[in-house]
Design a binder for this molecule. Sequence first.
Ligand SMILES: [Zn+2]
Length: 799
Amino acid sequence: VKINEYRLHLDIGFQRPTFRGRLEIVGENDAETLTLNAVDLSILAARSGGRDLEVRPDPSTQSLGLSGLPRGPVVVELEYEGRIGDGILIGLYRSAQAPDSIITTQCESTGARRILPCLDRPDRKATFDVEVTVDEDREVIFNTPAIESRLEGGRKRVRFARTPQMATYLLYLGIGTFEVVRERTDGGRVAAWMPPGSGPDAAYSVDLASRLLAEYERYYGLPYPLPKLDLVSIQDFAPGAMENWGAITFRDLYLGIDGSASTSLRRTIAVVLAHEIAHQWFGNLVTMRWWDDIWLNESFASFVSYKVIERLRVLPAVWSDFLLQEVAGAFLGDALAVAHPIRQPVEQPDDIDQVFDEISYGKGAAVLRMLEAFLGEETFRRGVQTYLERFQYGNARSEDLWAALEGSAGQPVAEMIRRWVERPGHPVLTVHRGSDGVHLEQRRFSLHGDHPRQYWPVPLLGSAGGRLLRMLMAGPEVTLNVGAEAELNLNSDALGFYRVLYDDTSYDRLRDRLPERSEPERWAVIRDLFAFLLSGDVELDRYLRFVERLESETGYLVVNELTTQLATLRPLLTEEADFVQAATRFYRRQLERVGLARRSGEDEVLGALRERVVGGLASLDPDFAEELAGRYGEYDALDPDVRGPLLVAYARRRGAAAYPELRERFRRSTGIEALRALRALGASDNPVLVRQTLAMGPSGECPVSSFPFALIEAVQRPAGRAAVWEWLPSNVEFLRKGLMGSSFLPLVFERLIPLLGLDRAAEVRTFFSSQPPAGAERGVRKGLEFLGIFLALQARAQQ
Ligand SMILES: [Zn+2]
């Protein structure tokens, strides 16, 4: 069965719980029964060529069968009714939006079938001719521009330009009242749709989006395929953003910037915009054939977004953010037993949502970067251009990109990359110095410390004994013919996706000569040491000596990484005096450097570090937390980078006295300010207060898309963990339903379980192993693995 065109009319009333659809499907039928995907749609009439069709819904396969159709060209007419979701974030749903609400959609991966009966697969591209009838005072956004709007009996009917051939998961519809901010310099292609009153906040995003669009046109060598690009702000939204073709949606936090935005949020917004705009070609114009290649979509967008930001010179140290945001987490996730290959077979809708993770995004992006470094920047870009031209308005598989790259490079690409893409895990190279040279042995690195015997084709780039090292380590072992005392650098500029475990001598020397290494190399050393601490390959003592060595480090990449590591270790090692001392000293030294307030003309990345350093120190040092809490009265005048940590310190130091005030602050704030207040509400050391915060989710006071931030904050401390554990069993279903169909759902459990289980491992294991919430199974398995790793580290540290 081939569908060429969907002609859809939707009638949506704001005050009604349901919507009406009238659909004409134009296609070629070659079967007894035409099977379409549909969820929660009631078919009122089905006809073709004047004849009624028999309709058989099958909810278990999310489909309905239509029989009685002739073979050959057909036009199927359907009338149906669907539900406007309330408290769910998939399909067509209602979102809170100050001062009112909007109706919006999220179709990736399988939400389109909740809006219209369709062939809901990425390779079944068709054109969409859409008309929508709404209350006359509302505006409507679709993938293409409106071409006609007329009033009919007190309602408004808007008709949109026909779309190009496109996949159903990229459909978008938004209905509501907006303030529109348009970029004029590029012919008005880019516009932001903001809640009334917050239009000015979109200035930064609209300007940057327009510049990014032009830069991508240069990079890809193809014009932007649609006449307009809308950016839509949504309050209740599960992902950070979604690349709907021509109508990108953003969690409100990631579109508008006002004076309260922190430095790191500003940086994140630039990267998120660049990522979603990258998809307008890579993903939307050329689409993966099936979800097992979602990695290519996401890895490529994750990689190229940093590339294009670098070309525009809008963010200093952008590749540091690439390593921190995309690669560091991928290295950890990829070292679990549950790790999947970058390219992962998927069948069921629930499985699809669970592969939008750090491996599909970050590890894939790191491997593409390794490939680009190997082929050269221009060769890589030419291959990408060929691929896009060859498959535009169609679908492709990973192999098609390799073939295009081989064409431009004139050398085999598939061969080299296949093992990295199709096998889970990554290598650790262990260094042994012998009388005949330096032995390297590779195994698959495991955070459990067992390191199975497996190997990869490792492109070794670095130096040994003062000589350049450039070789492919094709087998499990290799001996470098250098002196036993040779100086080693086995991962130049951290370009390779592998770890190096040095011997004691090398580590001692490395520690002394660390400042001589490049910043990405210092980062790779401390990144690997942290993993080796978790796996038991190095002791806490050695790790802490490196932390000490890096106290006066000035590199953004290294300091940022260390703040993440120390924050991860803090809940596990609060009883270890050595850890607390070393971490406190590190934060204090860094605070002396970055200060509590922005200085004029300072490097932008200092702001991003300030937030992390202030928060880290306040979590360990009660005197500093007290000092911070004492400045609550000056809140609005303070540097936005210290506001988040200040609210948490205030909540913890003032307890019940501060709670009503923080709750009120949450109620009257939006965006980042609301999120800061919410985290503070979860941060209390008083279980009674945490319980009150937890009630805000199910009661609807806090949108379900933000609520997990309070949960994740709460489990950082014993009192919060007790409250969450008491609350969770009867509220798993609330979380599951609210976050269903999004990658946020497994992530929440992945984050909660390892900390929740610190004080009650057996109960947590039993509870989650016996009844993992549907759609979060992978997150639960990862969470349980991390719990085991954390407990093992605690036990070793206590010996
Ligand atoms: Zn993406």
